[in-house]
Design a binder for this molecule. Structure first.
Ligand code: NAP
Length: 495
Protein backbone atom coordinates (compact mmCIF):
# COMPACT_ATOMS: atom_id res chain seq x y z
CA UNK A 1 0.00 0.00 0.00
CA UNK A 2 2.72 2.52 0.93
CA UNK A 3 3.87 4.38 -2.15
CA UNK A 4 6.63 6.32 -0.45
CA UNK A 5 9.37 8.07 -2.33
CA UNK A 6 11.06 11.34 -1.58
CA UNK A 7 9.94 12.99 -4.80
CA UNK A 8 6.32 12.63 -3.60
CA UNK A 9 6.99 14.99 -0.71
CA UNK A 10 5.78 18.53 -1.42
CA UNK A 11 8.35 21.29 -1.20
CA UNK A 12 6.43 23.14 1.48
CA UNK A 13 8.08 26.35 2.53
CA UNK A 14 7.35 28.20 5.70
CA UNK A 15 5.08 30.58 3.84
CA UNK A 16 2.33 33.03 4.82
CA UNK A 17 -1.21 32.26 3.68
CA UNK A 18 -2.89 35.61 2.99
CA UNK A 19 -6.46 36.81 3.23
CA UNK A 20 -8.13 37.61 -0.10
CA UNK A 21 -10.54 40.53 -0.12
CA UNK A 22 -11.77 41.93 -3.44
CA UNK A 23 -8.66 42.01 -5.60
CA UNK A 24 -6.39 42.57 -2.57
CA UNK A 25 -4.09 39.98 -1.03
CA UNK A 26 -3.40 40.72 2.65
CA UNK A 27 -0.42 39.07 4.31
CA UNK A 28 -0.93 41.18 7.45
CA UNK A 29 -4.21 41.44 9.29
CA UNK A 30 -5.54 42.71 12.61
CA UNK A 31 -6.10 39.23 14.14
CA UNK A 32 -2.38 38.42 14.13
CA UNK A 33 -0.65 35.36 12.70
CA UNK A 34 -1.67 31.70 12.95
CA UNK A 35 0.32 28.60 12.14
CA UNK A 36 -0.61 25.26 10.69
CA UNK A 37 1.29 22.02 11.30
CA UNK A 38 1.59 18.63 9.66
CA UNK A 39 -0.35 16.25 11.92
CA UNK A 40 1.89 13.32 10.90
CA UNK A 41 5.09 14.91 12.20
CA UNK A 42 4.15 18.05 14.10
CA UNK A 43 6.33 20.08 11.68
CA UNK A 44 5.35 23.66 10.92
CA UNK A 45 3.88 23.95 7.41
CA UNK A 46 2.89 27.58 7.08
CA UNK A 47 1.84 30.72 8.86
CA UNK A 48 -1.40 32.43 7.95
CA UNK A 49 -2.83 35.92 8.35
CA UNK A 50 -5.69 35.98 10.86
CA UNK A 51 -8.53 38.42 10.29
CA UNK A 52 -10.19 40.60 12.91
CA UNK A 53 -13.29 42.77 12.76
CA UNK A 54 -11.67 45.23 10.32
CA UNK A 55 -11.06 42.56 7.69
CA UNK A 56 -14.45 40.95 8.28
CA UNK A 57 -16.09 44.28 7.42
CA UNK A 58 -13.82 44.71 4.41
CA UNK A 59 -14.69 41.23 3.11
CA UNK A 60 -18.42 41.75 3.51
CA UNK A 61 -18.18 45.15 1.80
CA UNK A 62 -16.21 43.64 -1.10
CA UNK A 63 -18.70 40.79 -1.55
CA UNK A 64 -21.64 43.18 -1.17
CA UNK A 65 -20.21 45.56 -3.78
CA UNK A 66 -19.54 42.69 -6.19
CA UNK A 67 -23.10 41.45 -5.83
CA UNK A 68 -24.84 44.85 -5.89
CA UNK A 69 -22.83 46.27 -8.80
CA UNK A 70 -23.39 42.98 -10.55
CA UNK A 71 -20.44 42.40 -12.95
CA UNK A 72 -21.12 38.68 -12.46
CA UNK A 73 -24.89 39.00 -12.63
CA UNK A 74 -24.71 41.08 -15.82
CA UNK A 75 -22.72 38.44 -17.69
CA UNK A 76 -24.66 36.12 -19.93
CA UNK A 77 -25.26 32.80 -18.17
CA UNK A 78 -23.21 30.77 -20.64
CA UNK A 79 -20.25 33.12 -20.03
CA UNK A 80 -20.53 32.58 -16.27
CA UNK A 81 -20.76 28.86 -16.88
CA UNK A 82 -17.55 28.90 -18.90
CA UNK A 83 -15.67 30.64 -16.08
CA UNK A 84 -16.91 28.08 -13.57
CA UNK A 85 -15.89 25.25 -15.84
CA UNK A 86 -12.48 26.88 -16.29
CA UNK A 87 -12.07 26.86 -12.50
CA UNK A 88 -12.63 23.10 -12.58
CA UNK A 89 -10.08 22.67 -15.36
CA UNK A 90 -7.45 24.66 -13.48
CA UNK A 91 -8.01 22.51 -10.40
CA UNK A 92 -7.25 19.40 -12.44
CA UNK A 93 -4.18 21.05 -13.96
CA UNK A 94 -2.89 21.71 -10.40
CA UNK A 95 -4.10 18.42 -9.00
CA UNK A 96 -0.68 17.27 -7.75
CA UNK A 97 0.19 20.50 -6.00
CA UNK A 98 -3.19 20.88 -4.29
CA UNK A 99 -3.46 17.22 -3.27
CA UNK A 100 -0.04 17.30 -1.63
CA UNK A 101 -0.82 20.50 0.24
CA UNK A 102 -4.15 19.10 1.45
CA UNK A 103 -2.48 15.85 2.54
CA UNK A 104 0.19 17.67 4.55
CA UNK A 105 -2.29 20.03 6.15
CA UNK A 106 -5.01 17.49 7.06
CA UNK A 107 -3.09 14.20 7.36
CA UNK A 108 -5.28 12.27 4.92
CA UNK A 109 -3.67 9.65 2.61
CA UNK A 110 -2.58 11.12 -0.70
CA UNK A 111 -5.10 9.13 -2.77
CA UNK A 112 -7.94 10.68 -0.72
CA UNK A 113 -6.52 14.13 -1.39
CA UNK A 114 -6.43 13.41 -5.13
CA UNK A 115 -10.05 12.30 -4.91
CA UNK A 116 -10.82 15.52 -3.07
CA UNK A 117 -9.38 17.69 -5.85
CA UNK A 118 -11.13 15.63 -8.53
CA UNK A 119 -14.40 16.00 -6.69
CA UNK A 120 -13.92 19.77 -6.31
CA UNK A 121 -13.30 20.02 -10.05
CA UNK A 122 -16.47 18.01 -10.76
CA UNK A 123 -18.55 20.50 -8.75
CA UNK A 124 -17.39 23.33 -11.02
CA UNK A 125 -17.88 21.24 -14.15
CA UNK A 126 -21.38 20.20 -13.03
CA UNK A 127 -22.72 23.59 -11.90
CA UNK A 128 -20.83 25.43 -14.67
CA UNK A 129 -22.81 23.34 -17.15
CA UNK A 130 -26.08 24.24 -15.46
CA UNK A 131 -25.84 28.05 -15.30
CA UNK A 132 -27.58 28.54 -18.66
CA UNK A 133 -30.26 25.93 -17.92
CA UNK A 134 -31.88 27.45 -14.84
CA UNK A 135 -35.42 28.46 -15.72
CA UNK A 136 -38.37 30.01 -13.94
CA UNK A 137 -41.99 28.99 -14.46
CA UNK A 138 -44.91 30.32 -16.46
CA UNK A 139 -47.99 30.30 -14.22
CA UNK A 140 -51.55 30.10 -15.67
CA UNK A 141 -53.82 32.82 -14.21
CA UNK A 142 -56.42 32.80 -16.96
CA UNK A 143 -57.49 35.53 -19.40
CA UNK A 144 -55.91 38.98 -19.22
CA UNK A 145 -52.96 37.95 -17.06
CA UNK A 146 -49.41 36.83 -17.70
CA UNK A 147 -47.48 35.52 -14.74
CA UNK A 148 -43.99 34.07 -14.45
CA UNK A 149 -41.15 33.56 -12.01
CA UNK A 150 -37.50 34.55 -12.34
CA UNK A 151 -34.56 33.20 -10.35
CA UNK A 152 -32.06 35.59 -8.76
CA UNK A 153 -28.93 35.05 -6.67
CA UNK A 154 -29.73 35.46 -3.00
CA UNK A 155 -26.81 37.85 -2.42
CA UNK A 156 -23.71 37.46 -0.24
CA UNK A 157 -23.25 33.82 0.70
CA UNK A 158 -21.02 32.86 3.66
CA UNK A 159 -19.31 29.44 3.64
CA UNK A 160 -17.96 28.16 6.95
CA UNK A 161 -15.79 25.09 6.34
CA UNK A 162 -14.59 22.22 8.61
CA UNK A 163 -11.09 20.75 8.53
CA UNK A 164 -11.75 17.25 7.26
CA UNK A 165 -12.22 17.98 3.52
CA UNK A 166 -11.35 21.64 3.22
CA UNK A 167 -10.82 21.94 -0.54
CA UNK A 168 -13.73 19.72 -1.54
CA UNK A 169 -16.20 21.32 0.85
CA UNK A 170 -15.31 24.82 -0.30
CA UNK A 171 -16.10 23.72 -3.85
CA UNK A 172 -19.28 21.87 -2.81
CA UNK A 173 -20.95 25.05 -1.58
CA UNK A 174 -19.22 27.77 -3.56
CA UNK A 175 -19.80 26.26 -7.03
CA UNK A 176 -23.64 26.28 -6.77
CA UNK A 177 -23.58 29.65 -4.99
CA UNK A 178 -21.62 31.23 -7.85
CA UNK A 179 -23.79 29.42 -10.40
CA UNK A 180 -26.87 30.98 -8.80
CA UNK A 181 -25.27 34.45 -9.08
CA UNK A 182 -24.13 35.01 -5.48
CA UNK A 183 -20.89 36.52 -4.27
CA UNK A 184 -19.09 34.52 -1.62
CA UNK A 185 -17.02 34.73 1.57
CA UNK A 186 -15.09 31.62 2.63
CA UNK A 187 -14.02 30.95 6.23
CA UNK A 188 -11.88 27.78 6.36
CA UNK A 189 -11.13 25.86 9.57
CA UNK A 190 -8.11 27.09 11.54
CA UNK A 191 -6.63 23.56 11.47
CA UNK A 192 -6.50 23.46 7.64
CA UNK A 193 -6.18 26.92 6.08
CA UNK A 194 -3.80 26.08 3.24
CA UNK A 195 -5.66 24.84 0.15
CA UNK A 196 -8.26 27.63 0.34
CA UNK A 197 -5.56 29.97 -0.94
CA UNK A 198 -5.03 27.71 -3.99
CA UNK A 199 -8.78 27.91 -4.52
CA UNK A 200 -8.71 31.73 -4.54
CA UNK A 201 -5.74 31.85 -6.91
CA UNK A 202 -7.55 29.57 -9.35
CA UNK A 203 -10.75 31.64 -9.19
CA UNK A 204 -8.80 34.80 -9.94
CA UNK A 205 -6.92 33.18 -12.81
CA UNK A 206 -10.14 31.82 -14.32
CA UNK A 207 -11.48 35.37 -14.59
CA UNK A 208 -14.01 35.54 -11.76
CA UNK A 209 -14.77 39.26 -11.27
CA UNK A 210 -13.27 41.12 -8.32
CA UNK A 211 -14.98 40.50 -4.99
CA UNK A 212 -16.90 37.41 -6.14
CA UNK A 213 -14.90 35.19 -3.78
CA UNK A 214 -13.23 36.45 -0.62
CA UNK A 215 -11.14 34.53 1.91
CA UNK A 216 -11.14 35.19 5.65
CA UNK A 217 -9.01 33.09 8.01
CA UNK A 218 -9.14 33.35 11.78
CA UNK A 219 -10.78 31.82 14.83
CA UNK A 220 -14.31 30.67 14.10
CA UNK A 221 -15.55 31.79 17.50
CA UNK A 222 -14.40 35.33 16.61
CA UNK A 223 -14.46 35.98 12.86
CA UNK A 224 -16.88 33.15 12.03
CA UNK A 225 -19.34 34.61 14.50
CA UNK A 226 -18.79 38.19 13.28
CA UNK A 227 -19.39 37.09 9.70
CA UNK A 228 -22.51 35.07 10.56
CA UNK A 229 -24.01 38.05 12.43
CA UNK A 230 -23.03 40.63 9.82
CA UNK A 231 -26.08 42.39 8.31
CA UNK A 232 -24.31 42.42 4.93
CA UNK A 233 -24.44 38.61 4.70
CA UNK A 234 -27.61 37.16 3.11
CA UNK A 235 -27.20 33.39 3.49
CA UNK A 236 -24.96 30.91 5.35
CA UNK A 237 -23.76 27.44 4.39
CA UNK A 238 -22.25 25.85 7.47
CA UNK A 239 -20.52 22.48 7.58
CA UNK A 240 -19.25 21.32 10.95
CA UNK A 241 -20.27 20.05 14.35
CA UNK A 242 -23.72 20.25 15.92
CA UNK A 243 -22.82 22.65 18.79
CA UNK A 244 -21.11 25.10 16.43
CA UNK A 245 -23.97 24.78 13.96
CA UNK A 246 -26.40 25.74 16.70
CA UNK A 247 -24.33 28.84 17.48
CA UNK A 248 -24.25 29.76 13.79
CA UNK A 249 -28.03 29.33 13.60
CA UNK A 250 -28.45 31.77 16.50
CA UNK A 251 -26.24 34.25 14.64
CA UNK A 252 -28.29 33.75 11.47
CA UNK A 253 -31.50 34.23 13.45
CA UNK A 254 -30.20 37.58 14.74
CA UNK A 255 -30.79 38.99 11.24
CA UNK A 256 -33.23 36.36 9.98
CA UNK A 257 -31.25 34.86 7.10
CA UNK A 258 -31.55 31.32 5.68
CA UNK A 259 -28.91 28.69 6.37
CA UNK A 260 -27.81 25.30 5.12
CA UNK A 261 -26.66 23.09 7.99
CA UNK A 262 -24.43 20.12 7.18
CA UNK A 263 -23.65 18.63 10.58
CA UNK A 264 -22.48 15.36 12.10
CA UNK A 265 -23.54 11.74 11.88
CA UNK A 266 -23.50 8.26 13.38
CA UNK A 267 -24.45 6.41 10.24
CA UNK A 268 -25.42 2.73 10.21
CA UNK A 269 -24.48 0.01 7.75
CA UNK A 270 -26.95 -2.91 7.85
CA UNK A 271 -25.18 -6.16 7.00
CA UNK A 272 -27.56 -9.07 6.41
CA UNK A 273 -26.42 -12.71 6.53
CA UNK A 274 -27.25 -13.13 2.83
CA UNK A 275 -24.99 -10.26 1.71
CA UNK A 276 -22.12 -10.81 -0.67
CA UNK A 277 -19.52 -10.64 2.13
CA UNK A 278 -16.50 -10.28 -0.16
CA UNK A 279 -18.09 -7.23 -1.77
CA UNK A 280 -19.43 -5.78 1.50
CA UNK A 281 -16.27 -6.02 3.63
CA UNK A 282 -14.24 -3.35 1.76
CA UNK A 283 -17.26 -1.03 1.93
CA UNK A 284 -17.63 -1.55 5.65
CA UNK A 285 -13.92 -0.90 6.19
CA UNK A 286 -13.70 2.04 3.77
CA UNK A 287 -16.89 3.45 5.23
CA UNK A 288 -15.34 3.89 8.66
CA UNK A 289 -11.54 4.05 8.29
CA UNK A 290 -11.28 6.52 5.39
CA UNK A 291 -9.45 9.66 6.57
CA UNK A 292 -9.02 8.03 9.99
CA UNK A 293 -12.79 8.08 10.55
CA UNK A 294 -12.99 11.87 10.26
CA UNK A 295 -15.83 11.82 7.75
CA UNK A 296 -19.31 13.16 8.49
CA UNK A 297 -21.03 10.28 6.70
CA UNK A 298 -18.73 7.55 8.02
CA UNK A 299 -20.56 4.26 8.57
CA UNK A 300 -19.55 4.05 12.22
CA UNK A 301 -22.33 1.70 13.40
CA UNK A 302 -22.21 -1.74 11.80
CA UNK A 303 -25.46 -3.63 12.41
CA UNK A 304 -24.80 -7.32 11.67
CA UNK A 305 -27.33 -10.14 11.48
CA UNK A 306 -26.68 -12.35 14.53
CA UNK A 307 -26.00 -15.58 12.62
CA UNK A 308 -22.87 -14.08 11.00
CA UNK A 309 -21.94 -11.60 13.76
CA UNK A 310 -18.96 -13.43 15.32
CA UNK A 311 -17.51 -14.41 11.95
CA UNK A 312 -17.80 -10.82 10.64
CA UNK A 313 -16.19 -9.33 13.77
CA UNK A 314 -13.31 -11.79 13.55
CA UNK A 315 -12.78 -11.06 9.81
CA UNK A 316 -12.87 -7.31 10.40
CA UNK A 317 -10.41 -7.61 13.28
CA UNK A 318 -7.99 -9.54 11.05
CA UNK A 319 -8.33 -6.87 8.36
CA UNK A 320 -7.57 -3.94 10.65
CA UNK A 321 -4.58 -5.76 12.15
CA UNK A 322 -3.12 -5.78 8.63
CA UNK A 323 -3.63 -2.07 7.90
CA UNK A 324 -0.67 0.26 7.33
CA UNK A 325 -0.39 3.52 9.28
CA UNK A 326 1.85 6.39 8.27
CA UNK A 327 2.18 9.94 6.96
CA UNK A 328 -0.54 10.79 4.44
CA UNK A 329 2.03 11.69 1.80
CA UNK A 330 3.23 8.05 1.80
CA UNK A 331 -0.32 6.90 1.05
CA UNK A 332 -0.80 4.36 3.84
CA UNK A 333 -4.15 2.69 4.58
CA UNK A 334 -4.64 5.25 7.33
CA UNK A 335 -2.94 8.54 8.18
CA UNK A 336 -2.98 10.50 11.44
CA UNK A 337 -5.90 12.37 12.94
CA UNK A 338 -5.93 16.08 12.19
CA UNK A 339 -4.37 17.20 15.48
CA UNK A 340 -3.23 16.08 18.90
CA UNK A 341 -6.39 17.59 20.38
CA UNK A 342 -8.45 15.28 18.15
CA UNK A 343 -6.19 12.38 19.17
CA UNK A 344 -6.86 13.05 22.86
CA UNK A 345 -10.61 13.12 22.17
CA UNK A 346 -10.53 9.82 20.22
CA UNK A 347 -8.36 8.12 22.86
CA UNK A 348 -10.96 9.08 25.45
CA UNK A 349 -13.59 7.27 23.37
CA UNK A 350 -11.33 4.19 23.22
CA UNK A 351 -11.34 4.16 27.03
CA UNK A 352 -15.13 4.47 27.03
CA UNK A 353 -15.36 1.68 24.44
CA UNK A 354 -13.18 -0.63 26.56
CA UNK A 355 -15.53 -0.06 29.52
CA UNK A 356 -18.74 -0.41 27.52
CA UNK A 357 -17.79 -3.47 25.45
CA UNK A 358 -14.88 -5.38 23.96
CA UNK A 359 -12.32 -3.10 22.29
CA UNK A 360 -10.40 -4.80 19.46
CA UNK A 361 -7.38 -2.84 18.25
CA UNK A 362 -5.80 -3.07 14.81
CA UNK A 363 -2.42 -2.16 13.33
CA UNK A 364 0.32 -0.86 15.62
CA UNK A 365 1.28 2.81 15.62
CA UNK A 366 3.99 3.72 13.08
CA UNK A 367 7.49 2.85 14.29
CA UNK A 368 9.21 5.62 12.27
CA UNK A 369 10.89 8.08 14.69
CA UNK A 370 9.96 10.99 12.39
CA UNK A 371 6.29 10.26 13.18
CA UNK A 372 6.73 10.01 16.96
CA UNK A 373 4.90 13.32 17.52
CA UNK A 374 2.19 12.53 14.97
CA UNK A 375 -1.50 12.40 15.91
CA UNK A 376 -1.79 8.65 15.23
CA UNK A 377 -4.27 6.24 16.79
CA UNK A 378 -4.80 2.58 16.01
CA UNK A 379 -7.88 1.50 14.03
CA UNK A 380 -10.39 -0.10 16.38
CA UNK A 381 -13.63 -2.05 16.64
CA UNK A 382 -15.90 -2.23 19.65
CA UNK A 383 -18.23 -5.24 19.94
CA UNK A 384 -20.49 -6.50 22.69
CA UNK A 385 -22.42 -3.25 23.05
CA UNK A 386 -26.01 -2.35 22.31
CA UNK A 387 -27.37 0.82 20.76
CA UNK A 388 -27.64 2.62 24.11
CA UNK A 389 -23.83 2.71 24.55
CA UNK A 390 -22.14 6.09 24.18
CA UNK A 391 -19.97 4.63 21.42
CA UNK A 392 -23.21 3.82 19.55
CA UNK A 393 -24.77 7.26 20.00
CA UNK A 394 -21.99 9.88 19.90
CA UNK A 395 -19.93 10.97 16.92
CA UNK A 396 -16.33 9.94 17.71
CA UNK A 397 -14.79 11.38 14.52
CA UNK A 398 -12.02 8.78 14.69
CA UNK A 399 -11.36 5.22 13.43
CA UNK A 400 -13.70 3.34 15.77
CA UNK A 401 -16.33 0.96 14.39
CA UNK A 402 -19.18 0.01 16.75
CA UNK A 403 -20.67 -3.42 15.94
CA UNK A 404 -24.20 -4.32 17.09
CA UNK A 405 -26.08 -7.57 16.33
CA UNK A 406 -29.69 -7.75 15.06
CA UNK A 407 -32.11 -10.60 14.35
CA UNK A 408 -34.75 -9.30 11.94
CA UNK A 409 -34.91 -6.65 9.21
CA UNK A 410 -37.42 -4.66 11.31
CA UNK A 411 -35.05 -4.67 14.27
CA UNK A 412 -32.13 -3.53 12.06
CA UNK A 413 -34.11 -0.54 10.81
CA UNK A 414 -35.32 0.27 14.31
CA UNK A 415 -31.74 0.29 15.66
CA UNK A 416 -30.49 2.34 12.70
CA UNK A 417 -33.21 4.94 13.26
CA UNK A 418 -32.65 5.05 17.01
CA UNK A 419 -30.05 7.80 16.76
CA UNK A 420 -30.02 11.56 17.23
CA UNK A 421 -28.44 11.75 13.76
CA UNK A 422 -29.77 10.88 10.29
CA UNK A 423 -27.16 11.45 7.59
CA UNK A 424 -26.74 8.27 5.49
CA UNK A 425 -27.13 4.49 5.71
CA UNK A 426 -25.83 1.42 3.88
CA UNK A 427 -27.82 -1.79 3.35
CA UNK A 428 -25.99 -4.96 2.29
CA UNK A 429 -28.25 -7.84 1.25
CA UNK A 430 -29.20 -9.88 -1.81
CA UNK A 431 -32.86 -9.74 -0.81
CA UNK A 432 -34.19 -6.75 -2.75
CA UNK A 433 -37.45 -6.68 -0.75
CA UNK A 434 -35.54 -6.25 2.51
CA UNK A 435 -33.30 -3.64 0.88
CA UNK A 436 -36.18 -1.54 -0.47
CA UNK A 437 -38.26 -1.85 2.70
CA UNK A 438 -35.26 -0.66 4.73
CA UNK A 439 -34.55 2.21 2.30
CA UNK A 440 -38.14 3.40 2.62
CA UNK A 441 -38.08 3.35 6.43
CA UNK A 442 -34.60 4.65 7.19
CA UNK A 443 -34.74 8.26 8.44
CA UNK A 444 -31.62 9.51 6.66
CA UNK A 445 -30.89 11.73 3.68
CA UNK A 446 -29.18 9.05 1.60
CA UNK A 447 -29.45 5.24 1.45
CA UNK A 448 -26.84 3.09 -0.28
CA UNK A 449 -27.84 -0.45 -1.28
CA UNK A 450 -24.91 -2.83 -1.72
CA UNK A 451 -22.58 0.15 -1.86
CA UNK A 452 -21.40 2.96 0.35
CA UNK A 453 -20.43 5.89 -1.85
CA UNK A 454 -19.88 6.01 -5.57
CA UNK A 455 -16.99 8.46 -5.80
CA UNK A 456 -17.11 11.86 -7.52
CA UNK A 457 -20.83 11.72 -6.76
CA UNK A 458 -21.78 15.37 -7.23
CA UNK A 459 -24.97 14.62 -9.18
CA UNK A 460 -27.32 13.58 -6.38
CA UNK A 461 -28.40 15.45 -3.26
CA UNK A 462 -26.74 15.04 0.11
CA UNK A 463 -27.89 16.22 3.52
CA UNK A 464 -29.27 15.14 6.83
CA UNK A 465 -32.36 14.42 8.87
CA UNK A 466 -32.52 15.23 12.60
CA UNK A 467 -29.28 16.53 14.17
CA UNK A 468 -27.38 15.87 10.93
CA UNK A 469 -28.77 19.18 9.68
CA UNK A 470 -31.04 20.49 6.97
CA UNK A 471 -30.85 21.74 3.43
CA UNK A 472 -29.28 19.79 0.60
CA UNK A 473 -25.82 20.06 -0.94
CA UNK A 474 -24.83 18.58 -4.30
CA UNK A 475 -27.10 17.76 -7.22
CA UNK A 476 -29.52 20.26 -8.72
CA UNK A 477 -31.26 20.49 -5.30
CA UNK A 478 -28.33 22.51 -3.94
CA UNK A 479 -28.97 25.51 -6.18
CA UNK A 480 -32.22 26.62 -4.56
CA UNK A 481 -30.45 27.56 -1.29
CA UNK A 482 -28.67 30.31 -3.21
CA UNK A 483 -31.65 31.67 -5.13
CA UNK A 484 -34.56 34.02 -4.61
CA UNK A 485 -37.70 33.28 -6.61
CA UNK A 486 -39.40 36.42 -7.89
CA UNK A 487 -42.94 36.34 -9.23
CA UNK A 488 -43.94 38.90 -11.89
CA UNK A 489 -47.57 39.36 -12.82
CA UNK A 490 -49.06 41.54 -15.62
CA UNK A 491 -52.70 42.47 -16.05
CA UNK A 492 -53.33 43.17 -19.74
CA UNK A 493 -55.40 46.26 -20.53
CA UNK A 494 -57.67 44.40 -22.98
CA UNK A 495 -61.32 43.87 -22.28
P1 NAP B 1 -16.46 22.74 14.02
O1 NAP B 1 -15.55 22.74 15.18
O2 NAP B 1 -17.90 22.86 14.23
O3 NAP B 1 -15.91 23.89 13.05
C1 NAP B 1 -16.46 24.10 11.76
C2 NAP B 1 -16.17 25.51 11.31
O4 NAP B 1 -16.89 26.43 12.15
C3 NAP B 1 -14.69 25.91 11.41
O5 NAP B 1 -14.37 26.74 10.32
C4 NAP B 1 -14.68 26.73 12.71
O6 NAP B 1 -13.61 27.64 12.77
C5 NAP B 1 -16.00 27.45 12.59
N1 NAP B 1 -16.53 28.01 13.84
C6 NAP B 1 -16.22 27.66 15.11
N2 NAP B 1 -16.95 28.40 15.99
C7 NAP B 1 -17.73 29.24 15.26
C8 NAP B 1 -18.70 30.22 15.57
N3 NAP B 1 -19.05 30.51 16.84
N4 NAP B 1 -19.31 30.89 14.57
C9 NAP B 1 -19.01 30.60 13.28
N5 NAP B 1 -18.09 29.67 12.91
C10 NAP B 1 -17.46 28.98 13.89
O7 NAP B 1 -16.30 21.40 13.17
P2 NAP B 1 -14.96 20.66 12.78
O8 NAP B 1 -14.41 20.06 14.04
O9 NAP B 1 -14.11 21.56 11.94
O10 NAP B 1 -15.51 19.52 11.81
C11 NAP B 1 -15.99 18.31 12.28
C12 NAP B 1 -17.50 18.27 12.25
O11 NAP B 1 -17.97 18.61 10.97
C13 NAP B 1 -18.04 16.89 12.51
O12 NAP B 1 -19.13 16.96 13.39
C14 NAP B 1 -18.50 16.42 11.15
O13 NAP B 1 -19.49 15.43 11.17
C15 NAP B 1 -18.95 17.69 10.53
N6 NAP B 1 -18.97 17.60 9.05
C16 NAP B 1 -20.17 17.51 8.40
C17 NAP B 1 -20.22 17.40 7.02
C18 NAP B 1 -21.54 17.28 6.29
O14 NAP B 1 -21.57 17.50 5.09
N7 NAP B 1 -22.63 16.94 6.96
C19 NAP B 1 -19.03 17.38 6.28
C20 NAP B 1 -17.83 17.47 6.96
C21 NAP B 1 -17.80 17.59 8.36
P3 NAP B 1 -12.25 27.27 13.59
O15 NAP B 1 -11.65 26.12 12.89
O16 NAP B 1 -11.46 28.50 13.48
O17 NAP B 1 -12.68 26.94 14.99
Amino acid sequence: MALCSDERRPSMTNSMIPLAIGDATLTEASGGVGETRNPATGALLSHFAMAGEVEVNMAVNAARKAFDEGAWGRMRPFERGRILQRIGELMLERRDEIARIETEDSGKPLRDAYWEVDCAARFFEFYGGFVDKMQGNSIPLGPNYSDWTTLEGIGVSLHIIPWNYSFQLIARGVAPALAAGCSVIIKPATETPMSAWNFIQICREAGLPEGQVNLINGRGSVVGDLLARHPGVDQITFTGSVPTGQRVLEAAASHAIPSNMELGGKSAQLLFADADMDAAMPMVLGGVFTHCGQVCNAGTRLLVQRSVHDEVVSKLHDKIKGMTLGAGIDDPDMGPLVSNAQKASVEEYYEIAAKEGELLLGADLPGDAALANGAFVRPAIVAGVDNTARVAREEVFGPLLTVIPFDTAEEAVQIANDSPFGLVAGVHTQNISNALAAAERLRVGQVWINSFGVGLDVEFPFGGYKLSGFGREKGLEAISAYQQVKNICIRHPFA
